[in-house]
Design a protein around this ligand. Structure first.
Ligand SMILES: Cc1cc2nc3c(=O)[nH]c(=O)nc-3n(C[C@H](O)[C@H](O)[C@H](O)COP(=O)(O)OP(=O)(O)OC[C@H]3O[C@@H](n4cnc5c(N)ncnc54)[C@H](O)[C@@H]3O)c2cc1C
Length: 342
């Protein structure tokens, strides 16, 4: 490939899938990722409906072979009793506990196989007066490019300050990997409300550890004791050192594009980790984002308008589901975390 038409910055699920769609459609595309593996030791849950997208990209079987199926979702939310939901009722099958680093690597490989050129670099993009972009720091991208895709996740490294951002919430997350009290198989997730937020535990991709996530208000700095059902699931008391601390934004770009720039994934739409649907949204919106980028390259803004409507519809649905979930946690309704979100 001599000169790329489109540079996708960020090689997480959103960027890799968008690059795959662009390359498959014949665009000259470069995918740039800084190789930081931001989710190295953090397990995440991949919703079952996302598997259909991964199948199209040819990576579903390799991913599930290295992941753990989560056959049941348990929740202790409205009251102390536990609600059990079997994934047997899901037409898509169970969700999967996945190794995020492995998922991202598979997706970047698929984009390369489709014809995208992968460059490992941390880059910036500067807008030129002629509307094109200088991509600074990527080997082989030494000429201005007409279209850039911001897939840098919540960092929004290119679109911050260039696309308007509507923030609905900001959360503080702490993640641990811990041993389960019961060494047997643990093919279930548990989400449990606590006075200062909520806790989530699920098997890790390899199955022998648990991923533990605490989500609080950004105003809360201290890690509190896990609530009873979560504590009973863990062997260690207190928990070991966290493997990650993350801010989680709930918000969306409006609109998620402008001339020569398209934002995708968390850079366009950030959902609450409670929904375990960030990866699915990133994959769902990759094809319309790729069409938007190709349209801007060809001087056609219509696909960008379609993409914008899809992003905003997804955000609207998410906010409505989220509100219902928060309203259902009635036992702590007076506590600050819950009353703020109500
Ligand atoms: C605590 C927490 C738990 C979550 N749990 C789940 C879950 O269980 N299931 C789920 O579906 N979602 C979950 N999410 C959401 C999910 O992580 C995101 O929605 C998803 O990672 C978005 O993918 P992305 O490709 O947009 O961004 P990212 O995954 O953040 O990828 C961005 C990539 O861009 C690279 N990059 C950044 N800046 C540059 C630059 N300047 N140059 C080059 N490369 C750059 C980064 O290194 C990274 O590889 C969770 C989020 C949080 C905060």
């Amino acid at each position: 490939m001599s000169r790329p038409d489109i540079v996708v910055i960020g090689g997480g699920p959103a960027g890799a899938a968008t690059a795959w769609h662009l390359a498959t459609a014949g665009a000259a595309v470069v995918l740039v990722d800084d190789g930081r593996v931001p989710w190295r030791s953090v397990g995440q849950q991949l919703s079952s409906s996302a598997l259909a997208r991964l199948r199209v990209l040819g990576v579903a079987d390799r991913l599930t072979a290295a992941s753990t199926a989560v056959h049941e979702a348990r929740s202790s939310w409205a009251g102390p009793e536990v609600d059990h939901r079997s994934s047997l009722l899901s037409p898509y099958g169970p969700p999967w506990a996945v190794d995020r680093a492995a998922l991202d690597e598979l997706l970047r490989g698929a984009a390369q196989d489709a014809g995208a050129r992968l460059v490992r670099a941390r880059v910036g993009a500067a807008a030129r007066p002629d509307g094109r972009w200088d991509v600074v720091g990527a080997d082989g991208v030494d000429r201005p490019v007409p279209v850039v895709v911001d897939a840098t996740g919540a960092a929004r490294a290119v679109s911050r300050g260039r696309l308007r951002w509507h923030a609905a919430d900001r959360l503080r997350c702490t993640v641990w990997q811990a041993r389960p009290a019961d060494p047997g198989p643990q093919p279930w997730s548990l989400v449990e409300a606590a006075p200062d937020g909520w806790w989530y535990t699920a098997p890790s991709a390899a199955g022998e550890r648990l991923t533990v996530l605490q989500v609080q208000d950004t105003a809360d700095r201290a890690v509190s004791v896990p609530p009873p059902r979560t504590t009973a699931r863990l062997a260690a008391d207190p928990l070991p050192r966290p493997v990650a601390r993350r801010a989680a934004m709930v918000g969306c770009a409006g609109p998620p594009w402008r001339s020569g720039l398209v934002a995708v994934g968390d850079a366009a739409l950030c959902v609450d980790p409670l929904s375990s649907s960030g990866i699915r949204h990133a994959l769902d919106l990759a094809a319309p984002a790729a069409a938007a980028a190709q349209g801007l390259l060809d001087g056609d803004r219509e696909p960008a308008g379609v993409y914008e409507r899809l992003v905003h519809a997804a955000f609207g649905r998410h906010l409505s589901d989220r509100q219902q979930f928060h309203a259902a946690a009635t036992r702590y309704r007076e506590a600050a975390f819950w009353s703020r979100r109500r």
